[in-house]
Design a binder for this molecule. Structure first.
Ligand code: AMP
Length: 291
């Protein structure tokens, strides 16, 4: 695997590959890799001639300084995992390569997506995501982008940004990889203590319970009960809500037909965990799933 730290070197390499007719698949990450990330790499390898991964812990998408400082950094292990996965290239840029000094930061119009759920609890988060993802897409120029459904709202944001910018990039949204006990794999899981780690799968259990109980009609009670149970177990719940899976508009009363998604974010101690579960047979077209 080749490792590039500068835009110039990466761009030269990509230009040569593209001129040779090769397709480029791209998997952006913040490092501290786990098998969920590697599943995206494998999809990219299956779809493309060249797979590029990036590792960049983006300061602007952390609205809590402590969360940024404590975000796990495991570069040597990440490189080993990427090598073993068959990834062709790692882009590991400095801050200046992404936030070019003197270049003005764009503020993106994300509409409703920038006000609800994650956006409501993490102000500025999706602007930060947009700034880094659009810069990385500008540098890597991929044909295909591979992202995880684990970050459901982020998938919608990125899909919208690509569409609004008219970029010729196909977005592939990959299912969430889980630990055996159901906990969604996440870099932040490393920060859970033993007791917290044992409790953490209760989030997914709550989502599954809702998926099992949901029926047409009012939904507030079902999500309220689930959030209450999590709180009793020691979680500090930011939200646990059912939303239209195509728009993320809240669904208080379900017609039994529109695809819905149940999304949760909750703290266990200092660690914030998120998860979601789609309650529909197919991922909605509006998110442009390719998988
Ligand atoms: P991150 O390093 O957390 O920014 O994640 C990089 C990419 O991996 C994002 O597209 C995430 O949605 C995706 N991802 C994170 N966790 C998982 C998981 N458990 N399964 C599949 N994809 C994931």
């Amino acid at each position: 695997m080749i490792i590039f730290k500068t835009t110039e070197k990466l761009s030269n390499y990509i230009d040569i590959q593209k001129q040779a007719g090769k397709t480029i698949g791209f998997v952006p990450t913040m490092g501290a890799l786990h098998p969920g990330h590697i599943s995206l790499i494998h999809s990219s390898i299956a779809h493309n001639d060249i797979t590029v991964a990036s590792i960049f812990v983006n300061p602007t998408q952390f609205n809590n300084v402590q969360d940024f400082e404590k975000y796990p950094k495991t570069l040597d292990r990440d490189i080993d995992m990427l090598e073993a996965s068959g990834c062709d290239l790692l882009f590991f840029p400095s801050r200046e390569e992404i936030y070019v000094p003197g270049k003005e930061l764009v503020q993106y119009d994300l509409g409703f997506l920038d006000t609800v759920l994650e956006a409501a609890y993490r102000p500025g988060h999706f602007q930060g995501v947009g700034q880094v993802v659009m810069r990385l897409l500008e540098i890597v120029q991929p044909d295909d982008l591979f992202i995880g459904q684990k970050d459901f709202q982020q998938c919608m944001v990125i899909t919208r940004l690509i569409k609004d910018a008219g970029l010729p990039v196909t977005v592939h949204i990959h299912p969430t990889l889980r630990e055996i006990d159901g906990l969604a794999m996440s870099s932040r899981n490393m920060r859970l203590g033993k007791v917290e780690r044992a409790k953490a799968p209760l989030i997914y259990k709550a989502l599954q319970k809702i998926a099992g109980e949901i029926k047409p009609g009012p939904l507030k009670e079902i999500t309220g009960n689930a959030a209450g149970s999590l709180a009793e177990q020691g979680f500090k719940v930011d939200y646990l809500e059912l939303a239209d899976a195509g728009t993320l508009q809240p669904v208080d009363t379900w017609d039994g037909k529109i695809p819905v998604v149940v999304l949760a974010a909750a703290y266990l101690g200092e660690v914030r965990l998120i998860d979601n579960l789609l309650i529909s047979a197919a991922f909605p077209d509006s998110i442009n799933s390719q998988l």
